[in-house]
Design a protein around this ligand. Structure first.
Ligand SMILES: [Zn+2]
Length: 248
């Protein structure tokens, strides 16, 4: 799971202090894709990965930043890998995000466009109408832009529950990606796919291990502890407490 790539002196799409850790310099991304290829694994779209024809790594990008098209796509094309780009429908055309034409161009060049909600809220806080707007209407909007079916959804912030899965299914998605760091297999629920966030400065050997599904238990433990704190405190208090701790 990638987000924005760092490209020269470009401004980032978000100013939140923790955000830059998710911004991988494009050279680091290129090295990671080369090491994936050298190890005999292929980078593929979510649609291809879900066929489970051979061991592969689904490459995904969240948010729909402009660097998806101008930085990530050229690297992937050079190496011959596929990828799925989950776009925030309501942010299309905003500064540092792709325009409608750019989303269309990314789709037309053979990459897969998925949906990452309309406005990137915490989905578990929304009522039914809110979920329909964020999950269903966002899909329709992206389909109008690309002219193709948008079949895969990824949850903003990784938050989801049974209601969200139900709305995703009713909106005719084929899969939903979470941020739970686990490897997927034919036995995995396609509406609770695992993904591993790639952060800046990851060591090449750690990247290789993650791509092979090793060491994911450590990440799972961390996420489990975070989720525990969140359900005890509620989302709002959890995020305020986390922000307070991180400032120290
Ligand atoms: Zn996101």
């Amino acid at each position: 799971m990638y987000h924005e790539l760092g490209l020269g002196e470009r401004d980032l799409s978000q100013s939140e202090p923790r955000y830059p850790r998710y911004v991988i310099p494009v050279t680091e991304f290129e090295d990671q894709m080369a090491s994936l290829k050298a190890s005999g694994l292929r980078g593929v779209t979510v649609t291809e990965a879900l066929q489970f024809a051979s061991p592969a790594v689904a490459i995904t990008f969240d948010d729909g930043c402009e660097t998806d098209l101008v930085a990530a796509a050229p690297v992937l094309q050079r190496i011959g890998f596929g990828a799925t780009f989950y776009v925030i429908a309501g942010f299309v055309g905003n500064r540092s995000y792709m325009s409608r034409e750019q989303v269309r161009e990314l789709c037309d060049s053979g990459f897969e466009i998925g949906c990452h909600s309309m406005t990137h809220p915490c989905l578990t806080d929304l009522d039914d109408a809110g979920l329909r707007r964020e999950i269903h209407h966002a899909k329709v909007m992206l389909e109008q832009i690309t002219g193709k079916a948008v079949e895969h959804f990824s949850c903003p912030g990784g938050d989801y529950d049974a209601r969200i899965i139900q709305v995703a299914k009713a909106s005719e998605y084929r899969s939903m990606a979470t941020s739970a760091p686990r490897a997927n297999s034919p036995a995995t629920d396609q509406f609770a796919l695992g993904r591993v966030p790639i952060k800046r400065g990851l060591k090449p050997e750690s990247f290789q291990k993650l791509c092979r599904g090793r060491t994911l238990w450590k990440l799972n433990l961390q996420v489990g502890m975070q989720a525990g704190a969140r359900s005890l405190l509620g989302n709002g208090r959890y995020y305020r407490l986390r922000a307070a701790i991180l400032k120290k």
